[in-house]
Design a protein around this ligand. Structure first.
Ligand code: ADP
Ligand code: MG
Length: 458
């Protein structure tokens, strides 16, 4: 049982360990809840300060907190950071399959003696029998599950191993409190997380997802997309930016195009050898390069505060991904321009990629993609759209950042289309709702193809 902490003591611990003078957003309430031994569910956007919600209570609780996180690189960063906060060498450890026997021995002895306050574990390692047996014998303060959306097929980063966590935690001992944390806030994913972790009674802490300093813009993607991107980057010379592309090939091409145009751009994707990848990432972080052209492999855990623009050469697979990726802009609260190039052809390509997958996965994928299309094609406030997607009401007349998108700054021209709409509905009805939107458009435009021909002469 933990001793009870007053707010003053918590603030002192915050200052003492982290050097921060105050809590951010809901951190303090979350920490109180964790220390009280209750289950917690924390939904905060990226950069909201989720890590502290388990790091601080772990540091001041008796026993060791287990932190489950999907990426080894992220765990290592956090462990290094925690070690830098304390004189105690073994205050935090990673337990994974890359450790030597001697290292494992050291970790175990530190955990057993209570020196280790946070033990980071990949979900795969947690399923190992020997680790379960070991952890079963030590005092665990609580279990933190970071990036908890990995549990849900409706999330953007499903990891099947996350599904077993509940069972394993049960095996570690009776009433171990759980704290789940994620930056994905769609109601479906939330439900999945609570259900799967068996923490339906958890106190939920949800921060606003509004990022008022980000400007959202979608442009049609045409043949001139290279020139469009080059012009945009040139107009923002010297500023840091990330350009996301779907394929490695496109990353290489676009990085070269930008380089040829005198822009300090570098490529980043999982196909590069690890050394080059690290070098390129460092170049970007150290500002030896202004622009990184990357696949989604780039950015997890990147905390560069002054990224001034994020460009999507291709639309992402879901609104969550779009939000995560654009979220890397303007973390310092300064300018953050989010520009995405949209073409329905790209959506069709993404649909095609999915056609080889199991049916259930396809259905989910297509539903997520439909929301991306709706977002790209909407003429309402983009911010309102995104926040609504995350279950948050937003009034773009009075809300912060209400005019920070292309639709609000440059409203699309409206025109009376009642007659066309009636014709369209007729066409859909007369073709017995058998054709895809694309073919119906052909019908409307009188363009003859196989289907339209058939329909005309039937
Ligand atoms: P998340 O996991 O929600 O994306 P992080 O935990 O990585 O966010 O925190 C984002 C940044 O905010 C980090 O640089 C962290 O040091 C900083 N931070 C967290 N809490 C505070 C605080 N109370 N005061 C100042 N900075 C904070
Ligand atoms: Mg985090």
């Amino acid at each position: 049982m933990n001793k009870e902490y007053s707010k003053e003591e918590l603030s002192a611990a915050l200052k003492n360990y982290f050097g921060f003078s105050g809590f951010k957003g809901l951190q303090e309430s979350v920490i109180m809840n964790v220390l009280a031994g209750r289950d917690s569910f924390v939904i905060m956007p990226t950069g909201g300060g989720k890590s502290l919600c388990y790091q601080l209570p772990a540091l001041i609780s008796s026993g060791t907190a287990i932190v489950v996180s999907p990426l080894i690189a992220l765990m290592k960063n956090q462990v290094d950071f925690l070690k830098s906060l304390s004189e105690t060498e073994g205050i935090a450890h990673v337990l994974n399959s890359s450790l030597t026997k001697a290292e494992i021995k050291q970790v175990r002895s530190d955990v057993r003696s209570g020196v280790t306050k946070l033990l980071y574990v990949a979900p795969e390692s947690l399923t190992k029998e020997e680790n379960i047996e070991f952890l079963n014998r030590v005092t665990i303060s609580f279990v933190a599950i970071d990036e908890a959306h990995c549990i849900s097929e409706w999330g953007h980063d499903f990891r099947p191993e996350y599904r077993n966590l509940r069972k394993i935690i049960q095996r570690l001992g009776g009433e171990i409190p759980i704290i789940g944390l994620t930056a994905t806030a769609t109601p479906k994913v939330q439900e999945d997380i609570l259900k799967n972790l068996g923490i339906q009674e958890a106190t939920t802490f949800k921060a606003s997802f509004n990022r008022p300093n980000l400007y959202y813009e979608i442009r049609p993607k045409t043949k001139s997309v290279d020139a469009d991107i080059t012009r945009f980057v040139k107009n923002n010379e010297g500023k840091s930016g990330i350009i996301y592309c779907l394929s490695r090939k496109r990353v290489e091409e676009l990085a070269q195009t930008l380089q040829v145009n005198g822009i300090r751009a570098i490529p980043y994707h999982a196909g590069l050898d690890p050394k080059t990848r690290v070098k390129n990432q460092d170049m970007f972080l150290m500002e030896d390069a202004d622009v990184v052209v990357a696949t989604i492999a780039f950015g997890m855990g990147i905390d560069k505060p002054d990224v001034r623009f994020v460009i999507h050469n291709d639309m992402p697979k879901s609104i969550e991904s779009y939000y995560q990726e654009t979220g890397r802009a303007g973390r310092d609260g300064g300018e953050g321009h989010c520009l995405a190039f949209y073409s329905y052809k790209d959506i069709e390509k993404l649909e095609k990629f999915m056609s080889g997958k199991p049916v259930a996965e396809q259905e989910i994928g297509l539903a997520l993609l439909q929301d991306v299309v709706a977002f790209a094609e909407t003429s309402i406030s983009r911010r309102k759209f995104i926040l609504h997607y995350f279950g948050e009401e937003f009034d773009n007349e009075t809300g912060e950042g209400g005019d920070m998108d292309d639709n609000m700054r440059h409203p699309k021209k409206k025109h009376e289309a009642k007659d066309q709409l009636v014709d369209l509905l007729k066409a859909v009805a007369q073709t017995h709702q058998k054709y895809k939107a694309k073919e119906v458009v052909h019908v409307m435009r009188g363009k003859v193809n196989r289907h339209v021909y058939f329909w005309h002469w039937k």
